[in-house]
Design a protein around this ligand. Structure first.
Ligand SMILES: *Cc1c(COP(=O)(O)O)cnc(C)c1O
Ligand code: SF4
Length: 431
């Protein structure tokens, strides 16, 4: 076991000028980064800055793109509005007003997230959970709504800025626990955020322990959605409470349930670090299973070679590739989006070049309002070029895995761009 611990240090917008690696960049780039970071949230920690980013490859380094705001992440109109505000020496309050106005124009809650997925007890909403798919209930602990670093593309960005109406988290009485107790169809709890691993062991256990009790026999899997493994691996190796964390995971296995560690990873560079290998060993030694999920992003991982190496490495390290996601329709989507045609091509090219053990990731998948829609293929039927699609998860459970067809469209990047094929007026799920 490793003995040297590392102290975490966060950098946010105000500290941008204090990061030595940033100070070496051109002044106008630093200003542009500030313009964008006044609207979309910026945070990075010392491990990401010192160990993950290759500062000799700026701006192309994928982890730099993943962590530091780039000028083109805003459209020119929004960018100029904020740039002028900053140049005019506006007060902090004025800057915030301009920022909030722009934020609301960036589709802060895509796919009806706030309205349609929140369950209720006696017509009262159950705060901080989403129950969209029968078997799985998402829990957003109020103490876990921040992260070890913020990803520039993240669809959860409204969670990190100060607009209260855009936030989403559990409340004190934890009403969600009674909701889950009554809903026996739920087999999986997915603790998410933000990043639940930002919580200390004691706080996290308050979200796990109740489900190990006999009245929660229907809960078989407890998932933790996190990026800690690659943004702060010390969480599982040397942090003060790391042994408590590992014991908590072990307790889940002992209760004959699976602790499913859902690790968000964007690039193979993130696992190429000795501390991450140690963390993986420790997590797996508790009986937990590690699965990985990755959004496909321009400027970060839009080539089959990156996916081949990433899936191969993950598999070698004993992790199970689980999802390839299409970038959601929110925030800086235009900067990161990859057309569905290209997304499928990258998926297929990576898939055919890895062993069966690494062919476990489903995708490319869009988390849209009616469900998770996967592009199964592109083909020609009766002379018409089409996308073959299906639901991996559907709000309406019967819709799962029913194939459907959309007109081929080279530019489409999301479900709402697609038109039904074969002269149909609507997709079957729209009736
Ligand atoms: C993706 C997702 C899940 C989990 O789906 P799985 O296919 O079981 O991993 C659950 N709820 C919501 C709202 C989701 O978007
Ligand atoms: S770690 Fe996850 S929730 Fe946090 S910023 Fe990155 S993608 Fe978003």
């Amino acid at each position: 076991m490793s003995t040297t611990s590392r102290k975490m240090k966060f950098y946010n917008l105000r500290d941008l000028d204090k990061i030595p690696q940033i100070l070496r960049l051109p002044k106008d780039l630093i200003f542009q980064m500030k313009v964008v970071s006044n609207i979309l949230p910026f945070r990075a920690n010392n491990y990401v800055i010192e160990d993950l980013i290759n500062w000799d490859n700026i701006p192309n380094d994928p982890i730099f793109q993943l962590t530091f705001m780039q000028p083109k992440m805003l459209d020119p109109h929004h960018f100029n509005t904020m740039a002028e505000t900053l140049i005019s020496n506006a007060t902090e309050k004025e800057i915030n007003q301009v920022a909030n106005k722009i934020r609301l124009e960036l589709n802060p809650h895509p796919s009806g997230q706030l309205s349609s997925n929140v369950p209720s007890i006696n017509d009262e909403p159950v705060e901080g959970v989403q129950h969209k798919y029968k078997q799985t209930c998402l829990v957003f602990p109020s103490q876990g709504q921040t992260c070890f670093s913020y990803c520039t593309f993240c669809f959860r960005w409204p969670q990190f800025i100060g607009i209260k109406e855009l936030k989403f988290a559990t409340e004190k009485t934890k009403k969600f626990i009674s909701y889950i107790k009554e809903h026996k169809e739920i087999t999986d709890i997915l603790i998410t955020g933000g990043d639940p691993m930002i919580m200390n062991a004691k706080t996290l256990s308050a979200y796990i322990d109740p489900f190990l009790e006999p009245e929660f026999e229907h809960i078989k899997n407890i998932r933790i959605g996190t990026k800690a493994l690659t943004y702060w691996p010390y969480r599982f190796t040397t942090d003060k409470d790391h042994e408590e964390i590992l014991k908590l995971f072990e307790k889940v296995s002992t209760a004959k349930k699976q602790l499913a560690f859902m690790s968000h990873i964007n690039h193979w560079k993130e696992t190429a670090h000795p501390e991450v290998e140690k963390a993986i060993k420790n997590i797996k030694s508790t009986g937990a299973q590690i699965r990985t999920q990755t959004p496909l992003l321009k400027h970060i991982n839009n080539s089959p070679e990156v996916w081949i190496k990433m899936w191969n490495e993950q598999t070698r390290l004993g992790m199970i590739p689980y999802y390839m996601f299409v970038e959601r329709d929110t925030g800086p989507k235009a900067y990161f989006e990859v057309p569905l045609v290209e997304a499928f091509d990258i998926y297929q090219n990576a898939y055919k070049n890895v062993s069966g053990l690494a062919r476990t990731a489903r995708g490319p998948s869009m988390s849209a309002d009616p469900g998770k829609v996967v592009v199964d293929g592109i083909t020609e039927i009766n002379g018409e070029k089409v996308f073959v699609l299906s639901f991996l998860q559907a709000r309406e459970p019967d819709h799962s895995k029913k194939p459907f067809f959309a007109k081929y469209d080279e530019k489409a990047t999301w479900l709402n761009h697609l038109k039904p094929a074969f002269g149909q007026e609507k997709f079957f799920f729209e009736k």
